[in-house]
Design a protein around this ligand. Structure first.
Ligand SMILES: N[C@@H](CCC(=O)N[C@@H](CSC=O)C(=O)NCC(=O)O)C(=O)O
Length: 276
């Protein structure tokens, strides 16, 4: 691996790391906050963060303000990129397809399928890489925003033994039922809607349930709530789950100002399980 930047922060280190990815067939970058530094002998649990459309691995580390509480609690933050990258990787002119918009699926359709395997990268390759190269223990939680909230939920629902807990900010909960999801799922996966359902949180929960504790925050002034996020559909399928907390926060929009307001509560929520 190659460390491409390293800044001291809250007594720990904020790094960007570059590595070749086998799943994605390109060089990838991720950001990581290590609360005791990269060379610590004290392994820590990890909160994985998945970002939304148009983001790289840098939006969360520069805008969310998560490091102070992660340092206090001794939790590493691993912040992934949102798609494969590079000149050899297919792209699209629109902001909601291609680079920056991988939707955390394994694509099956040309021209995407050779590189767009973000599900495998996030669920398997990146955690293996982190466990091999960084001083972390086996405890992992996952969170994300919007498209990244969709990724966090679907990956946690499908791999409950890998995570202690899951949370999300303004997640796309029912991509089969919104335009962002329908466009991406059709182009990455083709016309078979049973394939789409494998990446739809509402459909997955109907079929498999959700065994992990969950926290979701959703702003009521979010410009994407009514047409893309459909948070009520998640609340409906989880109405009987006692350890699922879906909170509607009055007046908050879809931005990183909203995430910065509530990220401390999400990290403290995950800490209850990561540090138990
Ligand atoms: N209209 C915008 C859409 C992009 C956008 O709002 N991206 C969000 C995530 S939306 C769902 O995944 C985001 O996090 N942006 C980055 C940020 O730092 O705020 C556009 O055209 O860009």
């Amino acid at each position: 691996m190659k460390v491409i930047s390293n800044q001291r922060m809250f007594g720990g280190e904020q790094l960007r790391i570059e590595h070749p990815s086998e799943s994605l067939q390109c060089v990838m970058r991720f950001s990581v906050f290590m609360p005791h530094g990269l060379s610590s002998q004290n392994p820590v649990p990890v909160l994985y963060w998945l970002s939304g459309l148009t983001c790289s691995d840098e939006n969360f580390s520069t805008k969310a303000g998560a490091q102070r509480v992660a340092a206090e609690l001794g939790i590493a933050l691993v912040i992934a990129d949102t798609s494969p990258r590079g000149a050899a990787v297919p792209d699209d002119d629109s902001y909601d397809m291609g680079q920056g918009a991988g939707f955390y699926v394994n694509a099956t359709q040309a021209p995407w399928k050779a590189h767009y395997r973000m599900y495998d990268y996030i669920a398997h390759e990146l955690p293996q890489f982190v466990a091999t190269h960084l001083p972390v223990n086996a405890n992992k939680a996952i969170s994300g925003h919007s498209m990244g909230g969709h990724g966090a939920l679907t990956i946690a629902i499908k791999n409950p033994a890998q995570y202690t807990s899951v949370s999300a900010f303004a997640p796309i909960v029912n991509p089969m039922a919104c335009l962002w999801g329908q466009k991406a799922l059709a182009r990455y996966l083709g016309d078979d809607r049973s394939e789409w359902a494998q990446y739809d949180s509402v459909e997955l929960i109907k079929e498999h349930g959700l065994s992990l504790p969950l926290l979701v925050d959703q702003g009521t002034a979010d410009e994407f709530l009514a047409e893309q996020l459909l948070t009520e559909n998640l609340a409906t399928v989880l109405s009987e789950k006692t350890d699922a907390d879906i909170r509607f926060q009055s007046g908050y929009d879809h931005s990183y100002y909203f995430i910065a307001t509530f990220i401390e509560e999400h990290i403290r929520f995950h800490a209850k399980y990561l540090l138990a």
